[in-house]
Design a protein around this ligand. Structure first.
Ligand code: ADP
Ligand code: MG
Length: 314
């Protein structure tokens, strides 16, 4: 059986042109020009994915969720480290996993520069590092800003409900939603473009209401959001008025779209970015003074979210 070092050599040692020194020594050596942005996300079998999930897609997703954090900060991703706990040295799993991981790394210009490999219950911990000039911070929202959302909301959560048997999607809809769940697209280009005109963003990993609330708390402001302006996918349209659909829409995680705010004066520029990237950008509400999130229906009436607030939908 291959040793730990052989496995690392075989599957994870790659040229890292952007590093002074990559995989193979006690530390990687990196030269930074701008502010260094650093983030870590851990995926644990049984909690964040099913142990028998496709290894190639898991390789992609484990880096994608980290790239999404970098996108939400307006950073340019450059380097990653990968710590793996594996129950056994399953080479076909490692081969597929590393293929997915290194493929998305190269798509986004990221070099894998180090990590750790150990025996244990299956867990994947990735650290992403990048450079940021004008960060998009959660505390950057200002009264009067527009609130925007990229892409559509809820597909990943619908896919998960389908897998859990809570909802039976038609075959084509299921394929669509499972692709969102298993192979999310990090909005790196959007984050970079926004960093020039906006000050505030978050990636939607815990659900729209929860993640927008993180912005509101950090920025000490409130929000008014028009339910009808929230971007539903064609699949979600069919389920929007059912509890499971509404929950996916407002509180479903794993979409990895960006929620951001920007001054009204920048509306045209935001729209131009959407056109250039071929990405739907929806203006869904406004930042106002005060605290908390108010959802309005099509007639401008407040949608009651119950005592538990948005947790109600979880
Ligand atoms: P150390 O004994 O210094 O902890 P290791 O034996 O754990 O070193 O790792 C040897 C080299 O391989 C190091 O450069 C480390 O960063 C790299 N490495 C280990 N596991 C991985 C992995 N899963 N992906 C990328 N690099 C890895
Ligand atoms: Mg080690």
């Amino acid at each position: 059986m291959a040793s730990e070092f052989e496995l690392i050599d075989r599957y994870f040692r790659k040229e890292a042109p952007s590093a002074l020194l990559g995989v193979g020594d006690d530390c990687a050596l990196l030269k930074v020009k701008d502010t260094l942005a650093v983030s870590t996300d851990m995926l644990v079998a049984g909690t964040h994915f099913f142990p028998d999930d496709d290894a190639y897609l898991l390789g992609r997703k484990s880096l994608a969720v980290n790239l999404s954090d970098m996108a939400a900060m307006g950073g340019k991703p450059k380097w990653a480290t990968l710590a793996l706990a594996l129950p056994c040295a399953d080479e076909s799993w490692l081969k597929a996993f590393s293929r997915g991981f290194l493929e998305i790394a190269s798509e986004y210009g990221v070099d894998l520069v180090g990590g750790d490999t150990t025996r244990g219950p299956l867990a994947i911990c990735v650290q992403i590092m990048g450079e940021v000039q004008d960060p998009l911070r959660r505390d950057g929202a200002r009264t009067g800003d527009d609130i925007w959302v990229s892409g559509t909301l809820g597909n990943a959560a619908l896919g998960l409900s389908h897998l859990q048997g809570k909802l039976m999607l038609e075959e084509e809809d299921a394929m669509h939603c499972l692709a969102s769940l298993r192979n999310p697209v990090p909005r790196v280009g959007l984050g970079l473009a926004l960093s020039r005109i906006s000050r505030c963003a978050i990636d939607i990993s815990d659900g729209f209401c929860a993640d927008l609330s993180h912005i509101l708390e950090a920025s000490k402001v409130a929000a008014r959001v028009n339910f009808e302006d929230l971007p539903a996918s064609s699949v979600l349209e069919k389920y929007r008025d059912r509890p499971e659909g509404r929950r996916a829409f407002l509180s479903g995680g794993d979409d990895y779209e960006l929620c951001f705010t920007s001054p009204e004066a920048k509306r045209m520029e935001v729209e131009e970015i959407g056109r250039r990237l071929g990405l739907r950008l929806s203006r869904v509400g406004k930042i106002i003074s005060g605290s908390g999130l108010v959802l309005l229906d099509g007639k401008g009436a407040v949608i009651e979210m119950g005592e538990k607030g948005y947790d109600h939908f979880r």
